[in-house]
Write a protein that binds this ligand. Structure first.
Ligand code: NDP
Length: 336
């Protein structure tokens, strides 16, 4: 059983030394457990938080512990009701070939699911994040304007496409011309602004002539700075992620703008609400699965996946994900 363990807590950006590949015995499934062969591993920004022992909503991975992660796996043996050998499941198997589970938080996809790895993206955790954050906190209304960054990534792409279905004007923010072209031409956003290009602030302003009613916050930092003056009265801000800050070792330089933000929230009666997907909206999964399954099947929601073959490539792929090297949902096919 090959696995990646946390070798050291990174300071700033993770490095090739952060994780260590080990080879160990096959895990043994006991009574009330099943043995899973992990075929696909999801790479997600939250994993950076698990590498750190700073206070968070979830416990860190211990030094020497197996790195956590969502997986799509095949059941090898099972003593868990509702699961049998040959079933494909979505689980939290971690960065390893095999894992053992008692069935908690495991979803059975049956013997022959179509596109099983999509359960790590648009049909799974990132999709639920997008759908629930937008509908429950964003409270979208036809004719309003929504802005979302990370627009080519699994959460942002899904947020924008749902908002288009619901009749909003949708402006994406992404890094680079290629990602922006994809967001408009393939995903159907009204516009996409390259935040790395000169004139970003002005281009964003021009793209939202009626201001911004919903800002779905995925990135923080400079993008939020550009969005803030454009927010309308009663704007809603689902605070989903702040990826621009995940490798930061201190607060950004510059004047303290907290009172500016608080004053604006007061005067414009804005709502800003953070959420952790399974804690806040896990109970909505069945409704989400039905709705998103139909949208994906009908082609109304499109999905881009970047499959990388070979477990050994996972650390570099994860470091790159935080830098913005990924284009679509990054998944590792563990068996190369
Ligand atoms: P993505 O694959 O979209 O995340 C990586 C992308 O973030 C990169 O491709 C890059 O896009 C963008 N990015 C990186 N650095 C910066 C920066 N400095 N400024 C602007 N953009 C940057 O991730 P997901 O779709 O999986 O997740 C999106 C966000 O949602 C993350 O913040 C994640 O932590 C959060 N999340 C929160 C959950 C919750 O429960 N609250 C659950 C799931 C995700 P580009 O090339 O366009 O810059």
């Amino acid at each position: 059983n090959r696995k990646f363990v946390l070798a050291e807590r990174p300071v700033g950006e993770p490095t090739e030394q952060t994780l260590r590949l080990e080879s160990g015995d096959m895990p043994v499934a006991g009574a009330g457990q099943m043995l899973l062969r992990n075929e696909y591993l999801s790479l997600d920004p939250y994993m950076r938080g698990r590498m750190s022992d700073a206070p968070s909503y979830a416990a860190p991975v211990e030094i020497g512990g197996t790195m956590v992660g969502g997986t799509v796996a095949e059941v090898m043996t099972s003593d868990v009701k509702g699961f049998e050998a040959g079933d494909w499941v979505v689980a939290f198997g971690g960065w390893q070939d095999y894992s053992v589970s008692d069935g908690t938080m495991v979803i059975n996809m049956g013997k022959d699911p179509k596109n099983p790895s999509w359960a790590l993206g648009v049909l799974g955790m990132p999709g639920l994040t997008a759908w629930a954050g937008l509908t429950q906190i964003g409270q979208p209304k036809e004719g309003e304007t929504l802005v979302v960054a990370g627009a080519s990534g699994p959460v942002g792409a899904t947020v924008g496409q749902i908002a288009k279905i619901l009749g909003l004007r949708v402006v994406g923010v992404a890094g680079g011309a290629e990602k922006c072209a994809h967001v408009v031409d393939v995903l159907g956003f009204d516009e996409c602004i390259d935040y790395k290009a000169d004139g970003f602030r002005q281009a964003l302003k021009t793209a939202v002539p009626k201001g911004i009613d919903i800002y779905f916050e995925n990135v923080g930092g400079a993008v939020f700075d550009a969005v803030m003056p454009l927010l309308n009265p009663s704007a809603r801000i689902p605070v989903c992620g702040l990826i621009s800050q995940y490798n930061a070792t201190s607060l950004p330089d510059g004047p303290d703008r907290m009172s500016l933000l608080m004053g604006m929230m007061l005067r414009k009666r804005m709502t800003m609400r953070g959420f952790i997907v399974f804690d806040d909206f896990g109970h909505l999964y069945p409704e989400f699965a039905k709705q998103m399954g139909a949208w994906v099947a009908s082609g109304q929601i499109k999905y881009r996946e970047e499959m990388i073959e070979g477990m050994e490539k996972a650390p570099a792929a994860f470091i790159g994900l935080l830098r913005g090297d990924g284009f679509g949902k990054r998944v590792i096919k563990l068996s190369a």
